[in-house]
Each structure stands twice: as C-alpha cells, then as structure tokens.
Design a binder for this molecule. Structure first.
Ligand code: 6PG
Length: 243
C-alpha cells in the first residue's frame, strides 16, 4: 500500500455513498469558511451517483451554502449535454438541478464541440477562474476496472502533455475522444478523493494500491497531490483483494 494514501473501506455501497457525500460536505464547509468559495470537480461514471443524490436531499443539502459552490468536471465524454452518456447530464439530473447552485457556477466541459477546441477552451476557463495552474479545493475521481481514472486510460503515459491542463485523448478501446484533466491539475488540488465500488474493481484496486508503480498500465496511480490529500473510499467488494 502506498504509504501516503488514506484508504477507507465501507461495508456496503450505501455506506460508501454516505461517506463520499459527507466528504464533499466537509471539504465544502472548510473551503467556504476559509475562502468564501468551494471549487470542486465532479467525477463521472456511475459510482458517485448515489452520493450526488444524497447531496441533493436533506439534511446534507441544507448544510452547504450552494451560492458559494463552483462545479467543474474531472472529465467528460465527447457527447452533447443531453446525452445519457454525458457526465454533466448524470450529475445535473440527480444533483445539480436539485440544489441552489447558480447555473452560471456550473462549468461544463463542452463535449459537443470539436475535442481539441473544447479542451483548449476548458483549460482557459479553469485558468481564468483558478489561476495558471488551477488549485481546486476538491477533485473527485473514480476508477475503471482497467485502472483508468478521469479519462486517463492505460497504454498512454498520463504524464504526456504535462504542460496542458485539459487533454482530448482518443480512446482506442472506446473508439471515441474524451476530455480530461491532466495530472498537472489533479495533483495540484487541496484534496483528491477516489471512490471505487463493486467486485469488478477489486483487481485494479489491489494493483493500484499494492502492486508495482506503473501509471501507464494503471493510470489511477498517477493521482498523488503534491501538497494536498488523497483519500480512497471503497466498498468491501472493491477492497476484497487488499491485504
Ligand atoms: C467517466 C469517468 C471515469 C469513471 C470510471 C469509473 O467519464 O467514465 O470519469 O473515470 O470514474 O470509469 O466508472 P464507474 O463509476 O461507472 O464504474
């Protein structure tokens, strides 16, 4: 296990969702208390959906000053925002449309646009909001069964193009482009959290945390905030192969 990682295992997916939602609330309250704003990049995929739904309900919804929250995305599919594939749509349907975040505080990666242009435009936006090397209060991530995170997929050195903030990789196995933060952004955050659920993730989680360091094979291993914290949240099924 990498010494610097904080790994928390929960009995059930519901407990994992509760822990992820609580983690979000804690980071939001800290950031708003300290800097009167909370800049967070949401994870895509299905794992965080239950946590997003909890944030959109009482009591958690009532614990956050939503007007001070700014929402970004760690990665996005190259699809229109109305697509069921869209990470924005997933979060908007169960979470963002149900809390009082000003709509102008929700910054979509524009998956409907030409990928390279969408990546450039999003990099410009996050730099305008958060500085040349954007400093997020929280970056939320998941992990695929192949060890990818955000849209940093195996087979490509995640550190390629480190001068970029947002990349538009062509993902061969999916025959599609994706938009993704690079490690330069991810590892500059105050806090990064990686939530993993289900037995399909058990082998990758074991490899990522207890196997050799090889981020080309397991890109999730590249997540190591320089001065911020890294927290892994897993349910028992995903953690089943951890020693
Ligand atoms: C995406 C995500 C991706 C996701 C993992 C896990 O756009 O799909 O950003 O990195 O976190 O693929 O996805 P699940 O949570 O659906 O297993």
């Amino acid at each position: 296990m990498r010494a610097s990682a904080d790994v928390r295992v929960f009995r059930t997916p519901d407990e994992l969702a509760g822990a992820l939602a609580d983690f979000f609330v804690q980071r939001a309250r800290e950031a708003i208390t300290a800097r009167d704003a909370f800049h967070v990049a949401l994870a895509g995929g299905t794992t965080p959906k239950s946590a997003y739904a909890l944030l959109a309900e009482s009591p958690l919804r009532d614990n956050i000053e939503w007007a001070k929250v700014h929402v970004y995305f760690s990665d996005e599919r190259c699809v229109p925002p109305q697509s069921e594939e869209s990470n924005f749509k997933t979060a908007d349907d169960v979470f963002l449309s149900r809390v009082s975040i000003p709509r102008e505080h929700i910054y979509r990666m524009r998956g409907e646009e030409y990928p390279l242009e969408a990546a450039r435009a999003y990099a410009e936006l996050v730099s305008e909001n958060l500085g040349q090397v954007p400093l997020f209060d929280l970056i939320m991530l998941g992990m695929g069964a192949d060890g990818h995170t955000a849209s940093l997929f195996p087979g490509t050195d995640p550190l390629i193009d480190t001068d970029l903030l947002v990349r538009a990789p062509y993902v061969e196995k999916m025959k599609t482009y994706r938009l993704t933060f690079t490690p330069r952004v991810i590892n500059n955050s105050r806090h990064a959290v990686i939530a993993t659920e289900g037995s399909a993730k058990a082998a990758a989680l074991h490899a990522a945390l207890e196997g050799p360091h090889d981020p080309i094979v397991y890109p999730v291993q590249i997540v190591a905030p320089a001065t911020g914290s890294l927290t892994w949240l897993a349910d028992a099924a995903a953690a089943a192969e951890l020693s």
